[in-house]
Design a protein around this ligand. Structure first.
Ligand SMILES: [Zn+2]
Length: 441
């Protein structure tokens, strides 16, 4: 796409429309309460939360995009000055409250900006989202996929959040006499905290600004700012450190739990440094680099017989792979499903981030885009045959004619592919032969 039309999670001047995927700090760097550069498009929930982060933001600049609905923008092509139409659809990213991915269509082709996302398959919501995305793509190729490559490495393997949440409850239950602190960001992990609250039938302490966000999200009964009401506290990630835990243990027995997709500490520990850094993709050291004293003391104090997916790298601290980003296998499945022509990682701030082309280049390219469309048509044929069989049964039982069915069949025999109307037979024949579809067809 030509520059100067739209920007996603980038806030430099010169664009006509700005899109925000979600409110985490690494996506809002450059955005401020005094924002004046243009309309800002975001989900309804992000619009509700945005004033907490940017209190005097001019709300008249906000444009809400309802999830699953195509929206039309009339913009100008900077090079020619001609009007151009951009279509955009927001799709739930299942990352944190309000987070969405954006699918764009226009003269430039078709682009998907994933933002940060989790591609779990274990819920009804995930299946709805998958269907929504494929329906939105129809039989078009996806020219570019801008992908959350935070964990784009096969070594990043972790379970669904549901499994990790159960493990966290197990850890808390295994420490009935301990105070518990959980490191979280200013937004995200709400489902985890709600699960803990409901499973243990307790309120969870959060700091005052976090309580305000919980109330905005509609959670009025599970959180408190009174420490005397609970032994479980969710504290800001930046204040979660070995020093904090050591200090707390001088007052009373306390364990810390860090829900994160990273199985490692992110930095060598020194002073009161935040052990997890500000980003999951910041520099890593392997757990095996930790002092033998830590291993020894954790064995001595470990009250859980089987840590399973959890790990304990310090006497007082557990890490559990509860991640709001997709693990490698999920990223792979996402790319396999979409088969884009080009792919670009959106995380490049660390030398440890891997260009997704390295692992998924073989799933991209024009040939792969054809494959995806071919698969979709085959699936539709199976579905259509099933529908026809159902219709035949229904019509036979009603003694009706097949006129309606013939009309439907004729309509479904035509496809828009690369913006060109072609017949199903023609398209399948060309795809199977690997023939390039002429522009004038
Ligand atoms: Zn995020």
């Amino acid at each position: 796409m030509e520059s100067g039309i739209i920007s996603v999670d980038k806030w430099r001047s010169g664009s006509q429309a700005y899109f925000l995927t979600h409110l985490h700090a690494d996506h809002t760097a450059g955005l401020s309460s005094t924002w004046k550069r243009g309309p800002l498009f975001c989900s309804r929930l992000t619009a509700r939360l945005l004033p907490c982060k940017f209190p005097s933001f001019d709300l008249s600049l906000l444009r809400i995009l309802d999830i699953g609905t195509w929206h039309t923008l009339s913009l100008i092509t900077p090079s020619s000055g001609d009007p151009t139409i951009v279509y955009v659809k927001a799709i739930d990213a299942h990352h944190c409250p309000g987070s969405v991915m954006y699918l764009f269509r226009g003269e430039f082709g078709c682009m998907l900006y994933s933002g940060d996302f989790r591609w779990e398959k274990t819920s009804v919501e995930a299946e709805i989202r998958r269907t929504m995305l494929l329906d939105a793509l129809k039989n078009e190729k996806l020219d570019i996929l801008y992908l959350d490559n935070t964990y784009c490495n096969p070594k990043y393997s972790f379970p669904p959040r549901e499994v990790a949440a159960k493990k966290i409850v197990d850890i808390i239950n295994s420490h009935p006499e301990h105070q518990i602190v959980i490191g979280i960001d200013s937004l995200g992990k709400e489902d985890l905290l709600l699960y803990i609250s409901r499973e243990l039938n307790i309120k969870i302490w959060v700091w005052p600004e976090r309580l305000q966000i919980m109330h905005l999200l509609g959670f009025h009964d599970n959180f408190t700012t009174q420490t005397s009401l609970t032994r479980v506290r969710a504290i800001p990630r930046y204040s979660f450190s070995t020093d904090t835990l050591q200090g707390l243990n001088k007052l009373c027995p306390t364990i810390g739990i860090m829900p994160s997709g990273l199985p490692w500490v992110t930095k060598p520990l020194k002073g009161n440094e935040n052990i997890f850094g500000s980003s999951p993709s910041s520099s890593c050291i392997n757990k095996s680099n930790l002092s033998p004293d830590i291993t020894k003391s954790s064995e001595k104090h470990d009250l859980i017989k089987d840590l399973g997916i959890a790990s304990r790298f310090h006497e007082y601290i557990y890490t559990v792979p509860y991640s709001d980003h997709s693990c490698f296998a999920e990223i792979q499945e996402f790319v396999k499903l979409l088969r884009p022509i080009n792919i670009k990682g959106i995380v490049s701030s660390s030398p440890y981030c891997i260009d997704p082309v390295y692992y998924f280049g073989h799933l991209c390219g024009t040939k792969q885009a054809f494959w995806r469309v071919h698969q979709k048509i085959e699936n539709e044929e199976v579905e259509e045959n099933r529908t026809c069989e159902d219709t035949n049964i229904k019509l036979a039982s009603e003694g009706n004619s097949t006129k309606g069915k013939a009309g439907k069949k004729r309509k479904m025999d035509e496809f828009y592919f690369f913006g060109i109307r072609v017949s199903r037979v023609s398209l399948l024949r060309r795809l199977s032969r690997g023939v390039r579809i002429a522009d004038d067809e």
